[in-house]
Design a protein around this ligand. Structure first.
Ligand SMILES: C[S@@+](CC[C@H](N)C(=O)[O-])C[C@H]1O[C@@H](n2cnc3c(N)ncnc32)[C@H](O)[C@@H]1O
Length: 203
């Protein structure tokens, strides 16, 4: 249901029906919150989609590796970066890769972010693999749409999906400093709850 073909179809439909809305979507607030505290360096945006976070990072001086398995999303994101300017576009490496197996270069990035990506290879394995790309002292930011609202027990729009949870991320990040690990209800009531994890690699 969330394999590459299904994402290609989702992105193709979204861009056909409202490319302008997709292009104008603001970068994720959790990322802005985290980036405020960091000096620009090397970042990995794992599951970059339409590229709002990648573009924001590149526009703020980060050099970004942006990975997604959907060519449709990557093409759109690449054109958006080029429309912003050659300096921003020049700071991004777009990579078509499957995050169920794609492994970052070890201990390379000052920031690794993975927002709302289905972890087909399992949460523990995927979190550990992505975390292996963070340099000592660097930051990992994860967000996942919870399948069940913990305050009500009701199924959310992410019901049945395998996304990161706070407990699984904490367990996978043994030896890291977890600075944030909490479920945050989305701003619009009833639209879901996000698991948000911010962690720092100690060694
Ligand atoms: C819900 S979107 C989130 C996009 C972006 N991170 C954001 O927060 O707006 C999930 C993205 O992850 C990508 N994706 C899902 N599973 C993937 C996988 N196994 N490998 C690479 N990309 C994947 C999809 O193509 C899609 O672009």
């Amino acid at each position: 249901m969330f394999d590459r073909d299904s994402w290609e179809r989702r992105w193709a439909r979204a861009l056909r029906e409202h490319a302008d809305v997709v292009t104008k979507r603001p970068p994720n607030g959790y990322l802005l919150e985290v980036a405020e505290d960091l000096r620009p360096g090397l970042a990995l945006d794992a599951g970059c989609g339409h590229g709002a976070e990648t573009l924001w990072l590149a526009a703020h001086g980060w050099r970004v590796t942006a990975v997604d398995f959907a060519a449709t999303a990557l093409d759109h994101a690449r054109s958006s970066a080029e429309a912003v300017g050659t300096d921003v576009a020049g700071r991004v490496d777009w990579v078509q890769g499957d995050l169920a197996v794609w492994t970052p270069p070890p201990a390379r990035f000052d920031l690794v972010t993975c927002l709302y990506v289905h972890m087909a290879a399992g949460v523990t394995e995927t979190v550990r693999r992505l975390a292996s790309g963070v340099a000592p002292g660097g930051t990992l930011l994860l967000a996942g749409h919870r399948p069940v609202d913990p305050s009500t027990g009701d199924a959310t729009a992410a019901a049945g999906q395998v996304q990161v949870s706070v407990d699984e991320a904490r367990a996978a990040l043994d030896g890291w400093e977890v600075l944030v690990g909490e479920d945050r209800p989305r701003a619009a009531p009833g639209t879901g709850v996000d698991a948000v994890v911010r962690a720092r690699r100690l060694t």
